[in-house]
Write a protein that binds this ligand. Structure first.
Ligand SMILES: Cc1cc2nc3c(=O)[nH]c(=O)nc-3n(C[C@H](O)[C@H](O)[C@H](O)COP(=O)(O)O)c2cc1C
Length: 207
């Protein structure tokens, strides 16, 4: 039976077909192994209170049944958007594998402990950068950033660099996940999972 389904759906893993998180993790692992650029890079779309959209790249740092986590400056425009409209969409494109994954849902902060644990794994210069950067605000020139990094370096010259309060993680809790896989002649595979109670509704979509 599984063999027959595999034939029907090609590379899609039938075993995980009703579990979009498992399917994502499988595609993600393959992307990390095969893509030539950073497979964790993902476009994050938000919208402000007036509905005006904004999109930018972030790096996916954690993915599991709870959701999809990225880290950022909490005083940045993306977080200002999310404070008034906590809905976002992530879009991965893995060109070597000819696949796209879209994930939309509500955004929640990660726990302080989770953010601290991740911050502690970052290189020291990245940690100092988190203190130094007033993300997305105008600066006089590169020198201002370098000065701010040097200042943070002096401030935390001894011991570990603590996580700044203005820097943390956000988790996109998925409501829908859509998996797109390129096929010849634009006869692509598209399947969408929508959260329904404790489980997921699965649909195939015209490409
Ligand atoms: C490949 C790539 C990865 C990035 N990863 C992050 C990230 O994980 N977190 C982040 O805050 N900005 C990241 N950035 C920078 C953002 O795209 C963006 O410039 C910045 O967060 C400011 O966005 P905002 O003004 O919309 O808040 C990344 C940029 C690129 C090109």
């Amino acid at each position: 039976m599984t063999q027959r389904l595999r034939k029907l759906y090609g590379s899609l893993d039938i075993v995980s077909i009703m579990d979009p998180i498992a399917l994502f993790l499988e595609w993600f692992a393959e992307a990390r192994a095969r893509e030539t650029s950073d497979a964790t890079a993902v476009a994050l779309a938000t919208a402000d209170a007036t509905g005006r959209p904004a999109v930018r790249m972030v790096l996916l740092k954690q993915a599991d049944a709870r959701g999809f986590v990225f880290y950022t400056n909490l005083e940045s425009p993306k977080v200002a958007d999310l404070r008034v409209n906590p809905q976002a969409e992530l879009c991965f494109h893995w060109p070597v594998m000819e696949r796209q994954v879209r994930i939309s849902g509500r955004v929640e902060p990660v726990s302080e402990a989770e953010a601290d644990a991740y911050f502690a794994t970052r290189p020291r210069l990245s940690q100092l950068g988190a203190w130094a950067s007033k993300q997305s605000r105008p600066m006089a020139g590169r020198f201002e950033l370098e000065q701010a990094v040097a200042k943070a370096g002096l401030r935390f010259a001894v011991g570990t660099v603590p996580r700044p309060r203005h820097w943390s993680g956000l988790r996109v809790v998925p409501r829908t996940l859509e998996f797109w896989h390129q096929r010849p002649f634009r006869h692509h595979d598209r399947q969408r999972f929508t959260r329904e109670g404790e489980g997921w509704r699965h649909e195939w979509l015209f490409p």
